[in-house]
Design a protein around this ligand. Structure first.
Ligand code: URA
Length: 227
């Protein structure tokens, strides 16, 4: 990791601020003056003004997001945010978004590399949604959802869809476009009345009530990295 990224992750300064610190000669790596292009590994000792910089622990939190809570770090309308529901230190941020009225599985982390990977369309992370809709979709509607629905930003990719009961559908997607589930169901004539994400990248909400969270097991983190 670049020295400025290390300092930013440790909460010392922004990346640009870290560059200034490095240029002014206040940062050392293993006792030598750090440079803008210095790369820091797991065993390097970084200090600012002679004081050792503690590494920030990487944290991975799975939250059962309740309704009425926004997925941004701060809300101009003053609504509660998901970040306020989890421990403040080290600070974690959500991977992707759920609408304020959507409930369910939301991952938060300070591991920027993993967050970037999971949010990237190329990796096509699997997301499972359970949705209550107006009316009762039949097999023809389910087939359209599976094959792809024409939305204003292009057709959706093939998905899995099954009826769970009257007016209730499970949809498994590998895409994550804005309001995608609501737009897909509206496009097939069955507007969403309630939306819940029951699983994200294989992580389910087992044992978590709304607003509860847990840290991921190391084996789960490993699966997210490699899976
Ligand atoms: N699709 C939506 O429409 N809303 C969400 O919150 C998630 C997926």
């Amino acid at each position: 990791m670049r020295l400025n990224a290390f300092l930013a992750r440790a909460g010392i300064a922004s990346r640009r601020g870290a560059d200034e610190l490095i240029k002014s000669g206040r940062v050392t790596v293993n006792g030598e003056a750090g440079q803008l292009n210095t790369v820091v590994g797991a065993h390097d000792l970084v200090a600012v003004d002679g004081e050792e910089v503690a590494r920030q622990r990487l944290r991975y939190v799975l939250l059962h997001k309740p309704a009425g809570v926004v997925t941004t770090a701060r809300d101009p309308q003053g609504r509660p945010t998901v970040v306020e529901l989890v421990p403040a230190e080290p600070r974690v941020v959500p991977v992707g978004r759920l609408d304020a009225d959507t409930t369910g599985a939301l991952l938060l982390t300070n591991d920027g590399q993993l967050a970037h990977r999971l949010a990237h369309p190329r990796y096509g992370v699997e997301k499972t949604y359970v949705t209550d809709v107006e009316g009762d979709p039949g097999e023809d509607v389910l087939r359209r959802l599976r094959q792809g629905v024409e939305l204003d930003d292009g057709p959706t990719a093939p998905a899995r869809a099954r009826r769970l009961g009257r007016g209730r559908v499970e949809l498994v997607l590998h895409e994550g476009r804005k309001h995608q589930v609501k737009r897909m169901l509206a496009a097939v004539g069955h507007p969403v009345t309630r939306l819940h994400r029951s699983a994200y990248a294989g992580l389910t909400l087992e044992g978590l009530e709304p607003a509860e969270w847990r840290e991921l097991e190391p084996s789960e983190v490993e699966l997210l990295r490699t899976g």
